[in-house]
Design a protein around this ligand. Sequence first.
Ligand code: C2O
Ligand code: CU
Length: 461
Amino acid sequence: MRHGRRAFLAGSAAFAVAPLSLALARIREFELTAAPARVNLVGEKYPATDVWAFNGSVPGPVLRAKQGETLRIRYRNRLPEESTVHWHGIRLPNAMDGVPYLTQPPVPPGGEFLYEYRVPDAGTWWYHPHANSSRQLGRGLYGALIVEDAEPPFADRDEVWVLSDFRLDREARVTADFGHPRDQSHDGRVGNTVTVNGRLAEAFAMRRGERLRLRLVNAANARIFRLKFEGHHPLVIALDGHAVEPHAVPEGVVLGPGMRADVMIDAIGEPASRHRVVDDWTRAAAYHLLDLAYETAVLRDGPVRTAVRAPRANPLSEPDIARAERFQLVLGGGAKSPALVRATPEERRKLAERMRAGDMWTINEHAHRGHVHAPLYRLTRGASYVFEVWNDTAWHHPLHLHGVVFRVITEARRPWRDTVLLAPGERAALAFVADNPGDWMIHCHILEHQESGMMASMRIE
Ligand code: C2O
Ligand code: CU
C-alpha cells in the first residue's frame, strides 16, 4: 500500500528474500486461517487427532518479523464458530487487539479480518484466539510470533519451544469436557499429554559447543511448567519478551500459562550423550519432558568465549512509581477459598450458590463472564499506575494485562512482564505507564478461570 517493496510470507513458508529488499521491507504480510485439521500429536502408533489449527498445523506457523516492521495479517475463520486473533504481549493499537465485543466484532465462520500493526518491541510473543478460549486453545489454536532485534545477543541457533498440553482419550481424541465446573473451580483444564511444538517430543538435537537461544512459550490452557535442564546451566535473558539481566535459575524456569522466557544454553554435554529436561512443577508428578540428545559431531571445541548478554531493552516508558496512583486488585473465589473459611454460614451459602451458577472467580468481588465489560478501572493516558494485586485464593493465577507492559516491582529484578504468576496468598505490585489508549482486558491466563469469572477490563483515555 504505502511501500512498493515488501517481504511477502505466506504461512510458515518464508521464502528467501534478497537481503537488500529485506532491509527495505517495512510491511510483512502473513495469511492465517483457523480451521479444523487432523494432525498426529502422539506418534505413529496412535491415530491422528482432530484439532483446530492455524494453517493446518499445531502450533500454527512461527511468524517472524523485524522490530519496527508493520505486520499485515489476513485472518480467515474457517471454524464452526466465531473467533478472533489476539497478539499476546504486543503493544499495538486497541482495534488490533483481537478481543471480541471489546475491541472488534467477532469474526464469524467464513469471515475474515485484516490485522495490521507495527511491532515496536523485539522479543518472543504469541498469538491465539480470544473467543471461547478454553475450547479454541485447548483444541490447538496458538502459535509463536518472534520479533527480531537488529543486534541480538550472540547465539549459534535460535529455536522456539511452544509448550502445551492436550486432554486426550485412548483413541487420541481431544476430550469434549470443556467448561467442566471442576476444572473451572480448581486448577483449570490440565491436559494429560504434554507437547513441545505440537508433538509428544522425545529428543531435541544438540551439538557440543554450540550456544542455543531457546524461546519458551507456555501456550497451555492451565499447565504451569518448571523446567530443569539436567547437566546444563541455562541463563534467562528475557521474560515475556523483554530483556532481563542474564541470570541462572537453579530452581528451574517457571512458566505459567501465557508466559515466555528466553534462555541461553551453552551445550556442554559430551558428544552422543543425552540429558533430561524435566518439569517438576508438581513435585509428586514430575515427568521427563524430553532429552537433549547430543550428536556425535562437535560444533566447537571448548566453550563460547563471549559472555552471554541480554537483548537490548525495548522502548518502554518508565513508570514514575513515587507519583503513581495505586489500585487494588483482589483475586477471589475458587475451590477451598480462604474467604470461605472467614465467612459466616450465611455468606458461605451465598458463595456456594454463586459458584453453582458458574461464577467461580472474582476480581474485586466481581465475576465477569461473557462479553460486556464496564471498565473496572479508568486510567489517564500518560499517567503512571501501580496495580497492587493480592491472590486471595487457594490456587495459582497467571494474571495478564493487555495493552501495557508492567514492571513487577515486588520482585528483586523488577522485570518487565505482561503476565505475572501469583501463588496462593501472594501479593505483587505492577507498575506501568498508561500510554496506550483503549479498553484493555485484565484476566487470568488459566483459560477456565478467565471464562468462569476472573476477568475485567480497564479503560485508558
Ligand atoms: Cu494471551 Cu487475553 O491473552
Ligand atoms: Cu486463575
